[in-house]
Design a binder for this molecule. Structure first.
Ligand code: ADE
Length: 882
């Protein structure tokens, strides 16, 4: 789990560095995940009113996590209007919270519980709880529509709190589970409340102006007590106070204001209470100065300081001067001269008939803060970050310099760690490659040109644990198999009549009398119709501890071990060598004759071989153009004999998956050699190599090709090849297999432009530039990846569709150019952020010269921001055939 955080953290740093400068009080920027998904919030700080079981405890309520049974679920069904259940987060200090995210329980397709609505309560001290309501006074927030999508909601007004509770709300009795995240930043002002006279109403000739504090969360009778509100919501009012940033708001909404006539002393007194004693440097008051309407900034302020229980005798007095020339609203900065205080009482003197404030902020000495610098994270954004209406606290240079120094320090440390890791990894790779070379030279010299490997010899070396660190790691890891009900569609996973209940076991290993049978089961799979919480009682079993569990099926990512990433599929439990579930036959390896090496991965090699008598192993459909007595050309993917146990298991899993993929446009597994080492997969041979190289050596039909005498491919054949890829993907998606690395480099070309999809992973040097390496470990084909795969680690059929769009683009460019070739990897990631923000700043791949509008439209539809709006492979296939 930790390495996934590392990678995400690094990505965030990257995006952060590319992004805007942050300020803790700018709501447009203060949108960092506060640590539910990132793990910074500790388990003990997440609590709940109740829990369904240990495996759905509060600590599993982390957004985008699949641990436990996949979410927090309360003990009983949630009834309408009973606000008893809640998931509570203690942030340990005051935070400015601008956004919340919720998600239901998906648990790899087994869960289907979510909160359609919820309310939020918050507290700054843990005892007084306040119900959040939006600017229109509505408390209920619309939540999730399904168990997997994350729904983000802006909090308008934002919350300043230490404790936050999510309270599921339902309109009928139902089971609810939640995963949540809070977004914001630490509230460095430390202000806990301000008490002030209630704001008033100004009668203008045409309309009244409401300058009360409508977001105040304390008590309001004649005065406002023990709350925070519009003066701390981060939104500064406009020059013309009758206008507002808030859509549809009443005139004067952004300001809190008072009339001179209501105050005999000529001043408004505001008392500010803080979380602790602080060393104050400045106070900034955002004031309106529309003097044509008799509104001016204050002419003087007198501030008293209280540390412990005593008020200091001598006040601080500051007179900013009255401006009758410039009607702009502005911050007036009051130097608080390093007074130590836990409360400040300021008397603001009128300079005219009205005094209107929209923000008051405090800067205090950071040396007293008992906080560490939070890691930079990407703020989710639904509004422009450079929105001028949000105040940017730009004068506190000390804090900024401190932060910058800390960031530089962290970055230097990270760079050192990355370099160190890379050097170490290279050493390991070199060492293991040397071992492989020695092994193979010895083995091949003994075997001459055949694959008659000595079983005894290699089996001993296969027991050795290899230090190879090949792995493809994705930012968040978990796969969303959307839609979840398709998981069980794989024919072998459907309930078979001769083995009833084969796939209905849950996660209570070894307890069931069926455990013998279960060890051969590939998939922990419960049909979606029985996986809802409403049917918990029928789909759960009793675990060792007697606690009922939600049915579950872990999703694992299979990593091809010979350099090929395989498809993401539901969790497998398998015993391949038992032979019980092998649907592919063992081929006598002595009948393989080596012809040439086709490729090499970190865990093995791919050879072109002649296979004697392979006809008997092939289905009839393959045989029509192969003479019966001639050897068949095959590709043999071979695991190096010193591969470690994980690599061996993954190789066997890859066999298992490939053996079940039977489609004319997916590379077919013909036979295996697994009774002895080295393990081999024998697949069809495609004589024209991969599509990328194939198209690179060809030209479009036309004058240019005639002149250069280059081989050509017609436009129709390009479409034919694209349609075959779509067809192969249609098949994979019908099984809910997610490829994750669709690209021309992973498609093979046979005779007559036939195409079959394969997956060679990222191990071929030729294509190393197509993969982005993070932290020396994660390798991502970012130029083919959807925004949600890069930013959320979410891989679905819809993200395969995105990659298909890029693949189509490659095809129409004859693979002469890498996607986004003019952008660096970092700029590609930055562009991904733009796809996420969707403010028309994202750069799309351009329409290839050869590409008609209709095809470019297909590409653009594959790159739609909303995954649900992207076409299915079925639709793409149909469109390409047209
Ligand atoms: N693996 C690598 N090259 C291949 C080819 N041409 N056909 C099948 N599998 C392969």
């Amino acid at each position: 789990m930790k390495h996934l955080w590392d990678i995400h953290f690094l990505l965030h740093i990257l995006l952060y560095l590319l992004g805007a400068v942050t300020s803790q009080v700018n709501p447009g920027v203060c949108r960092y995940p506060l640590g539910m998904s990132g793990g910074q919030i500790q388990d003990e700080d997440i609590s709940a009113s109740s829990q369904w079981s240990e495996s759905t405890a509060a600590r599993y309520g982390r957004l985008d996590f699949e641990e436990g049974d996949g979410a927090w679920c309360p003990e009983i069904t949630v009834e309408p209007d009973s606000l008893k259940e809640f998931l509570q987060i203690d942030l340990r200090s005051l935070h400015f919270i601008t956004l919340v995210g919720t998600q239901g329980r998906h648990a790899g397709g087994i869960g289907n519980e979510f909160a359609q609505m919820y309310k939020i309560k918050y507290s700054r001290d843990g005892s007084r709880w306040i119900s959040w309501k939006n600017r229109q006074g509505k408390q209920v927030i619309d939540g999730n529509r399904n168990a997997y999508d994350i729904v983000l909601k802006d909090l308008e007004p934002p919350i300043i709190a230490r404790f936050v509770r999510f309270m599921p709300v339902t309109d009928h009795s139902m089971n609810v589970c939640m995963r949540v995240e809070l977004y914001g930043c630490e509230w460095l002002d430390g202000l806990v409340s301000y008490n002030a006279p209630a704001g008033e109403q100004m009668m203008m000739p045409a309309f009244p102006v409401y300058i009360n504090d409508s977001a105040y969360d304390g008590a309001v009778i004649h005065s406002m007590t023990e709350g925070l509100g519009q003066l701390t919501d981060g939104v500064c009012g406009l020059d013309d106070f009758t206008h507002s940033h808030v859509y549809n708001a009443l005139p004067g909404y952004d300001y809190v204001g008072w009339n001179n006539e209501s105050f005999q002393n000529g001043y408004v007194e505001i008392m500010f209470e803080f979380d602790r004693t602080r060393n104050f440097t400045t106070m900034k008051v955002h004031c309106n100065n529309m003097f044509s309407r008799h509104v001016k900034t204050f002419r003087q302020v007198v501030c008293y300081f209280r540390s412990d229980s005593d008020w200091e005798a001598t006040p601080l007095i500051f007179s900013p001067g009255v401006d009758e020339k410039n009607p702009s609203a502005r911050f007036v900065t009051v130097d608080l001269a390093h007074h130590m205080a836990s409360a400040i009482k300021c008397q603001f003197y009128f300079a005219d008939a009205w005094m209107l404030f929209s923000e008051i902020t405090f800067q205090s000495d950071t040396a007293m803060y008992n906080t560490t610098l939070a890691p930079p994270k990407t703020p989710p954004s639904t509004q422009p970050e450079d929105d001028p209406t949000h105040k940017v606290d730009d004068s506190n240079t000390r804090i900024l310099i401190g932060c910058l120094v800390a960031i530089i320090f962290i970055l230097v440390a990270i760079i050192v760690i990355i370099l160190w890791r890379q050097v170490w990894q290279k050493m390991l790779e070199k060492a293991s490659r040397r071992m492989l070379d020695d092994e193979l030279t010895a083995s091949l010299s003994i075997q001459s040109e055949t694959f008659a490997y000595n079983h005894n010899q290699s089996s001993t070396s296969s027991e050795q644990e290899s230090n190879s660190t090949y792995e493809r790691i994705f930012p968040l890891g978990s796969d969303y198999q959307e839609p979840s009900r398709l998981i069980c569609k794989l024919p072998e996973f459907a309930q078979s009549s001769d083995e009833p209940g084969r796939w209905t076991h849950t996660s209570n290993y070894g307890q069931s009398p069926m455990s013998d049978v279960l060890s051969y089961i590939f998939l922990s799979c419960v049909p979606a119709s029985t996986s809802t919480a409403a049917s918990k009682s029928t789909t759960t079993t009793v675990a060792q501890d007697g606690v009922p569990h939600y049915a579950e099926a872990d999703i694992v990512n299979l990593q091809g071990v010979t350099g090929g990433n395989t498809y993401a599929i539901p969790a497998l439990t398998m015993d391949l060598l038992s032979g019980k579930d092998v649907v592919v036959e063992e081929f006598p390896r002595k009948l393989l004759t080596f012809k040439e090496k086709l490729g090499e991965g970190q865990f093995g090699e791919v050879h072109l071989c002649e296979a004697d008598g392979m006809q008997e192993f092939m289905n009839k459909e393959f045989l029509f153009d192969i003479p019966e007595d001639q050897p068949v050309l095959v590709a043999v993917k071979m695991l190096r004999s010193d591969a470690n146990k994980n690599a061996r298991n993954d190789f066997l899993k890859e066999i298992k998956i490939m053996s079940r993929l039977k489609d004319p446009n997916i590379i077919r597994l013909l036979a295996v050699c697994i009774y002895s080492d080295p393990l081999c997969m024998i697949t069809e041979y495609m004589e024209n190599g991969d599509l990328n190289q194939f198209l690179s050596r060809h030209e479009p039909e036309g004058q240019l090709a005639l002149l250069s005498n280059a081989p050509t491919v017609s436009f129709n054949n390009l479409c034919y090849m694209a349609a075959q890829i779509a067809s192969g993907m249609k098949y994979l998606s019908s099984l809910n297999f997610v490829h994750r690395d669709l690209a021309t480099r992973n498609c093979l070309v046979g005779k007559n432009y036939t195409i079959k999809i394969a997956d060679f992973g990222m191990s071929r040097n030729l294509y190393s530039g197509d993969y982005y390496r993070i932290q020396g470990r994660a390798v991502l084909p970012i130029r083919w990846m959807s925004w949600e795969s890069i930013l959320l680690g979410k891989f679905t059929t819809a993200s395969d569709v995105w990659a298909f769009g890029v693949t189509l683009w490659e095809i129409l460019n004859f693979c002469k150019e890498q996607p986004y070739s003019q952008l660096t990897d970092e700029q590609v990631i930055e562009n991904t952020g733009e796809f996420f923000r969707d403010q028309k700043r994202q750069i799309y791949l351009p329409q290839p010269v050869l590409c008609p509008d209709s095809l470019y439209k297909i590409m653009l539809s594959c790159w739609r921001r909303n995954a649900k709006e992207r076409p299915s492979f079925q639709e793409i296939h149909r469109a390409l055939l047209e």
